[in-house]
Design a protein around this ligand. Sequence first.
Ligand code: MEV
Length: 313
Amino acid sequence: MATGSGKGKTILFGEHFVVYGLPALAAGIASETTAEITRVRSFGWKLVDKRPAMPGYKEKKYEEQKASIDNMLKHLNIDTTKTGFQIDLGGDLVCASGIGASAASCVAIARALNEEYSLGLNDDQINETAYIGEMGYHGTPSGLDNTASTFGGLIWFVRDLSGGSPKFEKLKLGKAANLVIASTGLTASTKVVVGDVKKRKDADSDWFDSISRAYNHLVNDARRALIELNFDKVGMLMNRNHDLLQQLTVSCKELDSLVDIARVNGAIGAKMTGTGRGGNMIALAPDEATMKRVADALKRGGAAGVWMTTFGL
Ligand code: MEV
């Protein structure tokens, strides 16, 4: 039996824009998905998914998850026609859109396969395998989620649009930032939402270009503000990033309502995170007491799940 794990993540800046080669900032969170591989006598593979999840999440993602595992097996040349295996997924990462659950499970499975089949993969190769797995969930992943899940920490990430390896850099802040993550409880399909943005972009490139120009300034300012520990500015830029995501039509009334609740209860800034049209939002809090106040207000305001975490150190 072999085991592996992958971290959950939250996108601080750059969902959707990252698909088109603009920089993104993402933070790994402490919660993770674990995978155990046990060889069995029968052929093929069987999945026992014990991950905690938002209602409906696993059912909605099942077909994509199957494609994802088959992709990784093909990439790693693992033949299950004679001896197969069982994959047990677990861990404390609650599966919801926007928390990097699919990437975390790909990384966990890739690591467990690496150990079980003695493949000798390093972290870059685990990341590459998880990327191939992510393609089962949506055809054109930027690679941000699997990179954040493999390496953890705070990362600055830029996709190479010509198909080469992405550029990413780990950033360390001098101080931890307090973050609340809340779920709408709605599961969105990344494939559908990313595809929809692409259709709109193809139909009106001026519309997309003007929003992405504004985003490009914003994300570079956000990187500077994070390094300078200017959290007030980071929060203000998160609010502006949310406005741009609304313009991209990837937010929804449930996300907007949680974002408003966080802001009126003391968050320095709040935005949706990840795919959107459901899934999660994040709120930056100035201190621990405010973080608890924001979390309580989000629970009272109808969030389906609320988590408190830190990033940056
Ligand atoms: C999904 O977590 C993030 C998106 O930007 C898609 C991607 O990066 O592949 C929406």
